[in-house]
Design a protein around this ligand. Structure first.
Ligand SMILES: Nc1nc2c(c(=O)[nH]1)N[C@H]1C(S)=C(S)[C@@H](COP(=O)(O)O)O[C@H]1N2
Ligand SMILES: [Mo]
Length: 452
């Protein structure tokens, strides 16, 4: 009885928003002394006591024989073999499709290379780096051709940044909420440290002519992907990456050379880069005309929607997970924006009636994944969790109803609305829309068969 009173006091003191959201610094303030808090639900800390699950010194078999010797290239533990990308591809053209990063099974902010999402329009070319060339030509003073060895001699820079496909989360436009796991709905986004040569250095070497306004980047895949990029962005922070998280770029992410356009939609980050043509206007390639141009409710079309707007997503708890019992939980997720840094992430446990500020994990980096965390006491009753990102420009991640209102129902790209996770009284987590959404979304766009 006395103990319960202490716990209630503790909860009241730390409660910062409705339905059990607790002070974001709770773990820092109280360390891991869960006893005081988690006893609200059960009489132990989050781990079991030794009488429940016996710890026997020197018992496990792996302590009784020498371990495996060294390996030339490490792999994850065999017990982690469900932490994999989820491929969805076109049956007629197997090389056209995507594979999703399992964001719901990961922690921290960096995507290991084997789990970086993939988007290819016609498969992964097997490029011999010795035979690969990059040509820079067009409105330049002199054309130049670079081999990979040439590029490796230039001074390099590293930048941690996310890449997100403009088509990520586009199942969000559908009438019914997708019940895919968080990463298999939002995981066409990944974050790596990319290292390579600033594009401005190479453009300086070829010498831009006065009329240079755009640049057309072309890939060496069987799709011969082409995309136009304004010259200001190319000169600002675009770079040609040769390395991904310290090793040479993986074939599926653009080996041996890819363009990185920090914070702008994934499609501009041309992989297997072979040509940069400097022009005075966009090339109007397939991906700039038949795709990525969207009719608005006003009748006008959106085009060249380059920057990724702020977005956040709770990765745990998220769809398909089950909360074992009423207890203390850590809500955690990722936020990112193509316009700089994330300045705040707010979390709600009561479907958006009240909000509180989550803890942002340092370092908070420009155009990178930002991890947020928030302690929550789940009382065992149904709840709706939401997260909302705010970036340093003051932009606030919209509710789905707002996004649909702005963009209409012909949307396909740049879906960045708030995601709601519903927890039922059995602790089962599913994806729901706000009630208002049912009134505003009257058509099923059913975009499952496309990516971009
Ligand atoms: N050459 C080439 N570059 C490409 C593509 C492609 O199919 N071919 N896909 C684009 C798209 S739509 C996206 S979202 C990103 C995906 O990069 P990733 O596969 O490394 O995640 O690459 C872009 N660059
Ligand atoms: Mo994409």
């Amino acid at each position: 009885m006395a103990k319960d009173r202490i716990n209630d006091q503790c909860l009241e003191e730390d409660q910062v928003a409705g339905n059990g959201l607790l002070d974001r610094r709770l773990f820092l303030k109280k360390g891991l002394q869960f006893g005081a808090i988690s006893t609200l639900a059960s009489s132990t800390a989050l781990a079991s006591t030794n009488s429940e699950t016996k710890f026997e010194p020197a018992h496990p078999p792996w302590m009784h024989k020498p371990g495996k010797p060294f390996s030339i290239y490490g792999k994850p533990s065999e017990f982690e073999d469900d932490v994999v990308r989820f491929p969805t591809q076109n049956e007629m053209v197997p090389g056209n499709g995507v594979s999703w990063t399992p964001l719901h099974l990961m922690e921290g902010t960096i995507t290991p290379n084997g789990l970086h999402y993939e988007r290819h329009h016609n498969g992964v070319p097997q490029i011999d780096p010795k035979k690969h060339r990059l040509l820079i030509h067009g409105l330049v003073k002199k054309d130049l051709t670079f081999s990979i060895d040439d590029l490796l001699r230039y001074p390099m820079q590293s930048k941690i940044c996310f890449i997100e496909c403009g088509g990520n989360s586009n199942a969000g436009w559908n009438k019914q909420p997708s019940q895919a796991e968080a990463g298999y709905f939002n995981g066409l986004a990944s974050c790596s440290e990319w290292t390579g040569v600033p594009l401005s250095v190479l453009l300086d070497e070829v010498g831009l002519r006065k009329k240079a306004k755009w640049l057309v980047a072309e890939g060496a895949d069987a799709f011969a992907m082409q995309m136009s990029i304004p010259i200001e962005k190319a000169l600002d922070d675009a770079f040609l990456a040769l390395y991904q998280n310290g090793e040479r770029i993986r074939p599926e992410n653009g080996y041996p050379l890819r363009l990185i356009v920090p914070g702008w939609e994934g499609v501009l980050n041309v992989k297997w880069l072979r040509r940069l043509k400097i022009t005075n206007r966009p090339v109007m390639a397939r991906n700039e005309t038949s795709r990525y141009t969207e009719l608005q409710p006003s009748g006008k079309a959106r085009m060249f929607t380059f920057p990724i707007e702020a977005k956040s997503l709770i990765t745990s708890p998220s769809a398909h997970m089950v909360l074992k019992e009423p207890s203390l939980y850590q809500i955690t997720g990722l936020a990112w924006t193509g316009r700089g840094k994330i300045s705040k992430v707010q979390v709600s446990a009561d479907g958006g009636d009240t909000w509180a500020e989550a803890e942002l994990q340092e370092p908070v980096l420009d155009r990178s994944f930002t991890r947020f965390r928030m302690p929550w006491h789940w009382n065992g009753k149904p709840a709706v969790l939401k997260s909302r990102a705010i970036d340093e420009t003051g932009y606030v991640q919209p509710e789905r109803t707002e996004l649909v209102k702005q963009r209409g129902r012909k949307g396909f790209f740049h879906y960045n609305a708030i995601t709601n996770w519903h927890i039922d009284s059995d602790g089962f987590v599913s994806h729901v829309y706000d009630k208002k959404d049912n009134e505003t979304t009257d058509s099923d766009i059913s975009i499952d068969s496309g990516w971009d």
